[in-house]
Design a protein around this ligand. Structure first.
Ligand code: 6OD
Length: 489
């Protein structure tokens, strides 16, 4: 993306400028990548009005096959412009080419294709009703779109998480207003161009750019928004829930996590060490599913800690396009400061730093970037703040456990409940333990292996509702039950 490029909101089929701009920063070196034209209330109002109009007309009335064919075209055009999406995601986030190529961008197209296919085979429920007094009826349900859905997406997996919500929402016949994180607007802007190019009717997809503090509340409290879907911090989820409450909007939230990995004495140790390194340090720990607490059976504790230390020290940190780089910078200076403040807190709480704990030193432009070391710590109590609060950085704490019931209790001793991973070669133990962990997702001998048809979401502070497969179709539509009496004569 050229440095002087201005990213604009997209409303009713047009890109809209504004009087206020803010800088989009490259986290690798702190330089300005582009400028973002910040939307204001009038632009949001126009987006809501156009989304409603499209939903009631061209988009909402379109036969489902045509709608899905258009969403496939979106995926096809994204694939044609893949390199631009890759470049844009890397520029905004600094994440490695390997990750963007294997996770972020392929999921963008897969999200559209999956939900465009699924919705065609979605059907309502039917019941033949026979009452005790002999009356009969047939009940069936018709799934209708909710109307206008606000999609509020985060900076950690920008395209992946925006499309994870846009695709099913649009497949179900809703219009969408996307508000991406102000840190990562570039792939959202490209997506708006793609929607425009393939002929999505004006208003069916709108993009609002701006800082959450300026535009968020007006959008989430807007009486014309019929539902809100959000992935991000639990604290923001609480705010959105409050602002949505006046008009009792349905919400679907995927929020923070404080995820455990549990490594049993019967695990394949090499696989477990490599797996926990991946679950702790992928995307610099900036995935809500990342592991921050590791429980290892006492009999293999020392060996495990040594192994994870070696893995962490082997991670190459650097430029996203450099060969073998696994970790780029954190997304922003503010986030780097936050994660470093947790490294400091861990020190104050008495942690032993097995490795890491600071920032890598560079003698080129990267010294102005937001890099951080992968960090492994031990020695803290389960109730230390470091072990209770979501850090969202490349750090994990390892502690030893002695038996199964103890570790389940300790893993559940958190306000969060998103994901866990269990490492064991004992199949019964895998089933037994997984079912007892209070989270929405458990991975056994793997991590972040995704099937888009499965329920995805968290419990407790980690979220409200589930998306994925029929759960997404369920959230983005409203069933109307129709009851028809059948007369005997
Ligand atoms: O893979 C997904 O569908 C998903 N919702 C991932 C969420 C990651 C959160 O950081």
């Amino acid at each position: 993306m050229p440095k002087n490029k201005i990213l604009k909101s997209y409303v009713n089929g047009k890109f809209i400028d504004s009087r206020h701009y803010f800088n989009n920063i490259n986290p690798v070196n702190g330089e300005v990548i582009s400028k973002i034209a910040e939307a204001d209330k009038d632009i949001i109002d126009a987006a809501v009005a156009s989304a409603k109009h499209a939903q009631e007309n061209a988009w909402g009335q379109m036969p489902v096959n045509d709608r899905c064919a258009l969403l496939h075209k979106v995926a096809d055009r994204m694939a044609e412009r893949e390199q631009e999406f890759i470049d844009a995601e890397i520029a905004d986030t600094g994440k490695s080419l390997f990750q963007v190529q294997t996770i972020d961008i392929p999921r963008g197209t897969a999200n559209f294709r999956t939900f465009a296919d699924m919705v065609k085979f979605d059907s309502g429920e039917t019941f033949i009703t026979e009452l005790a007094n002999g009356e009969k009826a047939i009940n069936y349900s018709v799934n209708k779109p909710l109307g206008v859905v606000a999609v509020i997406s985060p900076w950690n997996l920008p395209l992946l998480l925006a499309t994870w919500k846009i695709a099913p929402a649009m497949a179900c016949g809703n219009s969408v207003i996307l508000k991406p994180s102000e840190e990562t607007s570039s792939t959202a802007f490209l997506l708006a161009e793609v929607m425009d190019e393939v002929g999505i009717p004006n208003g069916a997809f709108n993009l609002i750019l701006g800082r959450g503090s300026n535009v968020g509340d007006h959008l989430t409290s807007h009486s014309g928004i019929n539902a809100i879907t959000f992935t991000g911090a639990s604290s923001t989820g609480k705010q959105i829930m409050k602002s949505a409450s006046d008009t009792v909007k349905p919400v679907s939230f995927e929020l923070g996590g404080k995820n455990s990995a549990i490594v049993f004495e019967d695990a394949d140790l090499d696989k477990a060490i490599a797996g926990v390194a991946r679950s702790s340090f992928t995307n610099c720990g900036q995935v809500c599913l990342c592991t921050e607490k590791v429980y290892v059976h006492r009999s293999i504790f020392v060996e495990f800690v040594e192994g994870l230390k070696a893995q962490a020290e082997n991670i190459k940190i650097g430029y996203p396009l450099e060969e073998d780089v696994f970790m780029g910078p954190l997304v922003s200076k503010a986030h780097q400061q936050k994660v470093l403040s947790y490294y400091e807190l861990a020190r104050e709480e008495g942690a032993n730093f097995v490795t890491g704990g600071g920032t890598p030193k560079f003698s080129d432009q990267r010294q102005h970037g937001y890099f951080i070391e992968p960090t492994v710590i031990t020695g803290l109590d389960d109730h230390a703040r470091t072990n209770q609060e979501e850090i969202f950085g490349p750090i994990c704490h390892i502690s030893a456990f002695d038996d199964e019931n103890e570790v389940i209790k300790r893993a559940n001793d958190t306000e969060y409940g998103l994901a866990a991973s269990v490492w064991t070669e004992n199949i019964s133990r895998a089933h037994r333990v997984s079912a007892k962990i209070d989270v929405g997702l458990v991975w056994v001998n793997t991590w972040f292996l995704r099937d888009l048809r499965t329920p995805f979401g968290g419990v407790k502070l980690s979220g409200v509702g589930r998306e994925g497969g029929k759960h997404s179709l369920g959230f983005y539509s409203e069933p109307t039950n129709i009851c028809i009496k059948i007369d005997e004569h």
